[in-house]
Design a protein around this ligand. Structure first.
Ligand code: ATP
Length: 238
């Protein structure tokens, strides 16, 4: 039997209440273990797409399935366990007194208790290299460290799909490189929205380019980024 795709978006269409058509028939398939970048100019529809993946927005037509299960048939809590969204700004995600509590919050909310909870927190902090900071306040960490804690908070929920919104935004070069190393070490199925084309090239063998609500290219990142005419046509800057 065939392996279910980690994510299958089919003919997804969405207009905001003011009538603006933000998604115009988006198709996207991500296989388990893939890391895929979503590229595109400002206003292309990238954020609107990610808001559909974890059930915040619901398309007017088309479908989304994660691990073979239709997102529309699930309750929001189940979707958010399966689709781990790491926000652009970690301050939108971290609000507890300590790093450990922030990372424990998600899995506890999804029912993990006792030794299982501790194990998840331990593994997630280890995966992002933040174990030694477990008892510090996120307020006292650097931007790069906060970003890795936000990632750990999502990993601790054991998502089937990791969705990163602009992971390298506002990071110093060292923090940017540390985050890349962590992401490369994970092996999680990942969809990464970014304007940082070198980051996409480094992390994602495949990229999907969205412009004006449509997928205009889907292929090897290195090939897409080598095409100057294509980059100019879609207002992408290396
Ligand atoms: P950026 O790279 O700037 O984050 P994006 O690719 O994420 O852009 P979206 O934020 O998804 O693009 O926006 C897609 C389109 O939908 C844009 O034309 C935007 O102006 C419009 N849009 C976004 N949010 C709303 C809203 N709440 N109401 C109406 N239109 C919206």
């Amino acid at each position: 039997s065939e392996v279910e795709p980690a994510l299958a978006v089919s003919d997804l269409t969405y207009a905001y209440p003011d009538g603006h058509a933000a998604l115009r028939g988006v198709d996207l398939r991500v296989e388990p273990g893939e890391r895929v970048a979503v590229l595109g100019p400002n206003g292309a529809g990238k954020t609107t797409l990610t808001l559909h993946l974890n059930g915040v927005l619901r398309g007017s037509s088309g479908s989304i399935s994660v691990g073979g299960l239709e997102v529309v048939d699930r309750n929001l809590k189940e979707i958010r366990r399966r689709v781990g969204l790491v926000f652009q700004d970690p301050d939108d995600q971290l609000f507890m007194p300590t790093v450990r509590e922030d990372v424990a919050f998600g899995p506890a909310n999804f029912g993990a208790r006792g030794a299982e909870l501790e194990q998840r927190v331990h593994e997630a902090l280890d995966a992002v290299g933040m174990t030694e900071h477990a008892h510090r306040s996120p307020l006292h960490l650097s931007g790069g460290q906060r970003k890795r804690v936000a990632l750990a908070a999502v990993l601790a929920c054991d998502p089937e799909l990791l969705v990163l919104d602009e992971p390298s935004a506002n990071l110093e070069p060292v923090a940017r490189r540390e985050l890349a190393e962590v992401l490369l070490s994970l092996g999680s199925t990942t969809l990464m929205v970014t304007h940082d084309l070198p980051y996409a090239l480094q992390l994602c063998p495949r990229s999907v380019v969205v412009d004006d609500g449509r997928v205009v290219a889907d292929g090897p990142t290195a090939e897409l980024l080598a095409d100057d005419e294509f980059l100019t046509a879609h207002r992408l800057e290396l």
